[in-house]
Design a protein around this ligand. Structure first.
Ligand code: UDX
Length: 455
């Protein structure tokens, strides 16, 4: 059992803290936002993440988990401190890339330096650019060079929407530590971290600090690259009448590509990780004068999917002005209320700019949506309310609720002709045209609605 402090209770910090408590450690989670802490103390979870509420309640009741607004208390009570604060992209661009804002990380490093009285392992868990660990080390040493501590990089690979499951059963645990003067990995922090994870059933990758940081950036960038690859392929499929879903299905049978490859074509990736990690990688390449154009293309293709979706809607509807559009799904992926960098933000704004009448519905993201769209759209409480009298549906997130909705009923509530623009390739084109939808998807052949064929 270790004494663990977690600084920052966003998706990563909260999930990680809860999971470490569940594994038998004593965990104190701190957040700068007192409102968030008091909600957590009442088991009122500020994020939507399946399974987390039950684990928070259980571990608090069993006294392995507590929440505090007192950072000094969190630091002084813990031997291992996870830094899980947010590292948002900066406002200004360097070409197509933005650097991560590390000011929260720096603040935490300073507070740790001011507060710590005994040996600590300080673990960088937030998504950070390479060499942040070294900066944390230098910041603390500069404050007081007699402090006894180690800095570790232990990147997080959890996915939102399945964060609890992913954290309890990770594919791998990467532990990056600094090296001694003989270029050997430091044993003391490595041993402590391996003990912390000893009851996880996962392969542990032991490496140096920078390699661990880069592992995270490159892994996420590789997945983004797969998504942009398949989306570019989808463009070719649309132009030539091939079916990108069938091709992806076939490609995944190749063991070198594998069944979990990110080859679902659609309106592209969003979220707090992929966009930021690829941009962090891009600025790093620029810093080292290494050509970043491969990654610039990934970003451009991803952005192009959003514009392409609007063009697809214009193809189907001719003009968007005055058309009533039901937008189903706003979060960047299902099972989360998170809209950070979500494709829906650009798509809904473009629809509004074109003069469409936009009605939005999402099972979890409606409150965040208000911050993005203000009163330029109508917020609906159900699919039925959103689609009532609509000319078209734009499906932007593949929530189960949408996959299983009664399509006949949905169609009966809409205007005729009923258009369906599927940004996530959820439905079968023949089925959709069979029930009379003008159905458009990404990189799959368009099939005329049965009704039109009968005419
Ligand atoms: C990702 C990484 O998977 C995770 O390891 C890391 O810790 C954080 O970033 P997350 O952002 O939660 O996790 O979501 P993920 O399921 O990876 O999807 C990211 C985005 O890519 C979503 O917008 C999703 O819709 C999109 N996507 C994913 C595709 O467009 N096509 C795919 O084939 C897969």
């Amino acid at each position: 059992m270790k004494k663990v402090g977690v600084i920052g209770t966003g998706y990563v910090g909260l999930t990680h803290g809860v999971i470490l408590a569940e594994k038998g450690n004593s965990v104190i989670c701190y957040d700068i936002d007192p409102e968030k802490i008091s909600r957590l103390q009442r088991f009122d979870i500020p994020i939507y993440e399946p399974g987390i509420k039950e684990l928070v309640k259980k571990n608090c009741e069993e006294k392995r988990l507590e929440f505090t607004s007192d950072m000094d208390y969190c630091i002084s009570s813990s031997d291992i401190i996870f830094v899980c604060v947010n590292t948002p992209p900066k406002r200004y661009y360097e070409g197509v890339f933005r650097r991560a804002d590390l000011s929260f990380v720096e603040n935490v490093a300073r507070t740790i330096a001011q507060t710590m009285k005994s040996y600590k392992v300080i673990v960088s868990k937030s998504t950070v650019p390479v060499m942040t660990g070294k900066k944390i080390y230098e910041t603390i040493s500069k404050f007081n060079n007699s402090l006894d501590f180690d800095v570790v990089s232990n990147p997080e690979f959890l996915r939102e929407g399945s964060a609890v499951k992913d954290s309890l059963n990770p594919d791998r645990i990467v532990i990056g530590v600094m090296k001694d003067s003989s270029e050997n990995l430091l044993e003391r922090p490595l041993k402590i971290m391996k003990e912390l994870y000893s009851n996880f059933n996962a392969k542990i990758v032991e490496t140096d600090l920078w390699s661990a940081e880069l592992d995270k950036l490159l892994s996420n960038t590789y997945l983004s690259l797969q998504i942009s690859f398949i989306n570019k392929a989808a463009e070719l499929c649309s132009a030539t009448g091939a079916d990108v879903s069938k091709i992806a299905e076939s490609m995944k049978l190749d063991k070198r590509i594998g069944p979990f490859a990110f080859l679902r074509a659609g309106i592209g990736y969003g979220g707090s990780c992929f966009p930021k990690d690829i941009e962090n990688l891009g600025t790093l390449l620029n810093d080292y004068h290494i050509d970043p154009s491969l990654f610039e293309q990934v970003i451009k293709i991803n952005k192009g999917q959003r514009d392409g979706f609007i063009k697809l809607m214009e193809c189907g509807l001719w003009t968007l002005k005055g058309k009533s559009i039901a937008v189903l799904g706003l979060s960047f992926k299902p099972d989360t209320g998170d809209m950070r960098e979500a494709p829906s933000i650009d798509i809904v704004r473009a629809l509004c700019d074109e003069g469409a009448i936009v009605r939005v519905y999402d099972p979890e993201a409606l409150s965040e949506a208000g911050n993005h769209f203000g009163n330029s759209v109508s917020y609906c409480k159900s699919v039925e309310e959103a689609v009532y009298g609509a000319d078209a549906i734009a499906l932007l997130t593949e929530w189960d609720e949408f996959k299983t909705m009664d399509l006949q009923n949905v169609k009966s509530l809409m205007k005729e002709p009923s258009h369906f623009f599927d940004g996530r390739n959820v439905f079968d084109p023949s089925f959709m045209s069979g029930i009379g939808f003008y159905y458009y998807s990404i990189g799959r052949p368009y099939i005329k609605p049965v009704r039109e064929v009968v005419k």
